[in-house]
Design a protein around this ligand. Structure first.
Ligand SMILES: *Cc1c(COP(=O)(O)O)cnc(C)c1O
Length: 433
């Protein structure tokens, strides 16, 4: 499969090139040249297949031309070492629980897949070690670090702002050891990002070591997110609830919902989609006016969705050739402020005894408000509520139990490398490791 750039000014890339580069050289996002329709027989029998079996069929459609069948099967099964089940919340609203992975958030699926695909390419070429640099304000670092943990041939450097991430988040990438190094930068997130960008552009460094990024826009992180929408359909079909299915995705950079839209293009029988936003309402306004007007991001309690210029908008626009009416006939929007998010967490808990995290709460609320008679909705519960323990507990007035695997991180010993925010010292450090 070849990949083109949404900006149309970069050469076509192979899968390997697209994965290593992340962003195309014209700063566009990579898109596969074609999206394969899956046969009707697949959907007829899907409710009898396991999550891994379903995911492998979807993975073959995306990556089957570029990765040998047995290796691809191994990558998919190894990535999906945990389930993404649907849980009943009300008669017609179900939660697609994407928090059963190692860091308790949906980004685990994409990060684990990308790590294993990158390892496949390294092995095939007999290349020397690849180094992944990632700047994080919290959640990306933990998903990437845990996704790549123990993957041979790859070393990960997670750069994070000292004192600016929560203890839970910090423990998820500073206690791992092995091939993961946490770099604690005396600065803010933007300083971390600047260090990473400078490193990629530095000729001495790139001659000294092979560097790559693990951005959420990377095709190897973004496409595998389609797997769990097919699984959601299968599980809803088994329950007799898959007719008129509506999928609602709490969205920030819009990668997760774009993967769902790819699924739809492959034939997944979803009637329509809802993008649920916090107070960052850029996409919501685009649907209303047809104008895309990025803004500075606003801080909310659903902070993984605090995005003022969602990067995957370019992919959605490209997928529907910029046709506003095609987009609005398939996707609707919703936007909620912090008070509404808190109220939804409280309401859902008192009505259904189901504990939402602040992101999932946007999805649940959008379905509660926008479902039509005869429709059944599935929203993504994108993170475990324990990741936002204080916020959730004060909203619902009850305790949130911390799962064992999250508690285990917090018991580990912190290991980090202290770094100033000037590039010269970071460069010297990398030149000497
Ligand atoms: C990243 C994230 C989101 C937003 O996903 P996008 O793909 O950026 O739209 C939502 N919820 C949680 C918990 C996240 O970590």
């Amino acid at each position: 499969m070849r990949y083109y750039s949404t900006n149309g000014k970069a050469p076509m890339a192979t899968l390997h090139e697209a994965v290593v580069k992340g962003l195309a050289c014209d700063r566009g996002l990579y898109m596969p040249e074609s999206i394969k329709m899956l046969p009707q027989s697949f959907f007829d029998n899907i409710d009898k297949m396991s999550f891994q079996e379903i995911a492998f069929v979807v993975a073959q459609a995306f990556f089957g031309e570029d990765v040998k069948e047995d290796d691809l099967r191994h990558i998919v099964y190894d990535t999906l070492a945990f389930d993404c089940p649907v849980a009943r919340v009300t008669d017609n609203i179900y939660s697609l629980e994407l928090f059963h992975g190692p860091t308790l958030a949906f980004k685990d699926v994409g990060a684990r897949f990308m790590a294993r695909l990158l390892q496949y390419f390294i092995r095939q070429e007999g290349k020397e070690q690849v180094n992944v640099l990632v700047a994080t304000s919290g959640d990306t670092g933990s998903a990437v670090a845990n996704g790549f943990l123990g993957v041979e041939g790859i070393h990960v450097y997670v750069l994070y702002p000292k004192g600016k991430v929560s203890k839970i988040q910090e423990s998820q990438f500073t206690t791992l050891g092995q091939n993961i190094t946490a770099v604690e930068v005396d600065g803010v997130f933007d300083d971390c990002q600047a260090l990473v960008k400078n490193a990629f552009m530095d000729e001495d460094l790139t001659a000294h070591m092979k560097l790559t990024s693990a951005n959420s826009i990377n095709v190897a992180r973004f496409l595998p997110q389609a797997f769990y929408y097919f699984n959601a359909y299968a599980r809803m079909k088994a329950l007799g609830k898959s007719d008129n299915m509506v999928v609602c995705v709490p969205s920030g950079n819009f990668g997760n919902i774009t993967a769902a839209l790819f699924g739809h293009r492959m034939g997944l029988p979803v009637k329509r989609f809802i993008a649920a936003n916090n107070a960052n309402d850029i996409f919501y306004n685009y649907l209303k006016t047809g104008k895309y007007e990025p803004k500075a991001s606003r801080q909310t309690i659903a902070n993984a969705m605090d995005v003022g210029d969602p990067s995957n908008f370019a992919r959605i626009y490209d997928l529907y050739k910029g046709d506003h009416s095609a987009i609005t006939s398939l996707i609707s929007g919703a936007t909620y402020n912090d008070d509404m998010i808190r109220e939804s967490m409280r309401q859902c808990y008192s009505d259904n005894s189901y504990i939402l995290d602040p992101h999932g709460a946007c999805g649940y609320r959008a379905l509660s408000e926008l479902l039509q008679p005869g429709e059944c909705g599935v929203f993504c519960e994108t993170a475990h509520p324990a990741k936002f323990k204080e916020t959730v507990e004060s909203a619902i007035g009850a305790d949130v139990v911390i799962p064992e695997r999250l508690a285990a991180f917090m018991k580990g010993t912190k290991q980090s490398v202290e770094m100033s925010k000037d590039f010269a010292s970071f460069k010297e450090y990398l030149m000497n490791v």
